[in-house]
Design a protein around this ligand. Structure first.
Ligand SMILES: Nc1ncnc2c1ncn2[C@@H]1O[C@H](COP(=O)(O)OP(=O)(O)OP(=O)(O)O)[C@@H](O)[C@H]1O
Ligand SMILES: [Mg+2]
Length: 239
C-alpha cells in the first residue's frame, strides 16, 4: 500500500485559538477513510487545516511522500487534492453549469468540457438541471453538485465534510454510494460523517475525534462492531 496522506502531531486552530492537539492520521492510496466525532470536536478544522484554510501551528503533513503543510490551497489543488466544504459549497445564484465551470477556472475550454461531461456521468441527476440555478436544487442535488464541482480539478484525493448532512435517508444512501463509486474509479477518499454507520459500512478504516484529538482508530468493521464505541459514538442502530 502506498501512503497517500500522512499526518503526524498536527496542531492547528483559528488564529490564536487552538482546536487540534496533536492529530495522527494516515490514508493509503485507494482507501475510503471516515472521521466521526461529536459536534465541535474539530473534524472540520482538521480537514480545513489539511487544505490550508485553518491556521497550521505544528506537526508533519505529507502527501504522496512530500511535505505539504506550508502549501497554499491552489498548490494543493494542483497536487490533486480537492475539498468539498460542509456548508456554502455551491454558488446558489449561478446555474449548475456555471458552478461546474467555476471548478475549473484555469483549464482550457476543451478540457473543461470533458471534465464537466465526466462529472455529469458520475451524477446524471444533474444533467437535466444544467441550466437551472443551484438555488433551485434539492439538498441532495446540491451535494451532488458540490462533489461534481470538486471533480472538475481531476483530483486523486477527495476531502469531504459531511456530504449527507440534513438529507433524506434515500439521498444519504445515494451520496455515499456515489462516493464509493468514485473510490472504485481510483480516487482516495477522506470523509467526515455524522451518519457514521452509513459511511463506515463503505470504509476501510475510521477515526474517532473528541476534543481536538483522535480517541479511537481502527478497521471500519472493528469500529462498527465494538459495543463501547457504538454506544458513545455511532448512535442507535435504527438511525
Ligand atoms: N472560523 C473559526 N474561528 C474560530 N473558531 C472556530 C471557527 N470555526 C470553528 N471554530 C470553533 O472550532 C471548534 C471546532 O469546530 P469544527 O467546525 O472543527 O467542529 P466539527 O467537529 O466539524 O463540528 P460539527 O460536527 O458541528 O461540524 C468549535 O469550538 C468551533 O466553534
Ligand atoms: Mg464540521
Amino acid at each position: 500500500m502506498t501512503r497517500m496522506l500522512d499526518v503526524k502531531g498536527l496542531t492547528a486552530g483559528y488564529g490564536s485559538v487552538q482546536i487540534l492537539y496533536g492529530v495522527d492520521l494516515y490514508v493509503d492510496k485507494g482507501e475510503f477513510v471516515t472521521i466521526i466525532g461529536p459536534n465541535g470536536c474539530g473534524k472540520s478544522t482538521f480537514i480545513k487545516a489539511l487544505f490550508g484554510i485553518a491556521t497550521y501551528y505544528d506537526g508533519e503533513v505529507s502527501y504522496d511522500g512530500e511535505s505539504i503543510e506550508k502549501l497554499r490551497t491552489d498548490q494543493l489543488v494542483n497536487k490533486g487534492i480537492a475539498y468539498v466544504p460542509q456548508v456554502n459549497n455551491v454558488f446558489p445564484t449561478l446555474s449548475v453549469e456555471e458552478n461546474l465551470q467555476m471548478g475549473g477556472n484555469s483549464l482550457s475550454n476543451k478540457v473543461l468540457k470533458e471534465r464537466i461531461e465526466r462529472a455529469l456521468n458520475m451524477f446524471p441527476d444533474l444533467r437535466s438541471r444544467e441550466h437551472d440555478l443551484a438555488a433551485s436544487l434539492s439538498g441532495g442535488e446540491r451535494q451532488m453538485l458540490a462533489i461534481s464541482r470538486a471533480l472538475i480539478s481531476d483530483p486523486s484525493f477527495l476531502l469531504l465534510d459531511e456530504p449527507t448532512a440534513a438529507l433524506s435517508p434515500l439521498y444519504q444512501q445515494q451520496i455515499i454510494e456515489r462516493i464509493d463509486n468514485l473510490r472504485k474509479e481510483g480516487i482516495t477518499v477522506l470523509i467526515v460523517e455524522q451518519n457514521a454507520r452509513l459511511s463506515l459500512a463503505r470504509s476501510d478504516r475510521g477515526y474517532i475525534f473528541a476534543n481536538g484529538k483522535v480517541v479511537h482508530t481502527g478497521d471500519a468493521d472493528f469500529i462498527l462492531n465494538d459495543p463501547e464505541i457504538g454506544e458513545y459514538f455511532l448512535g442507535s442502530h435504527d438511525d
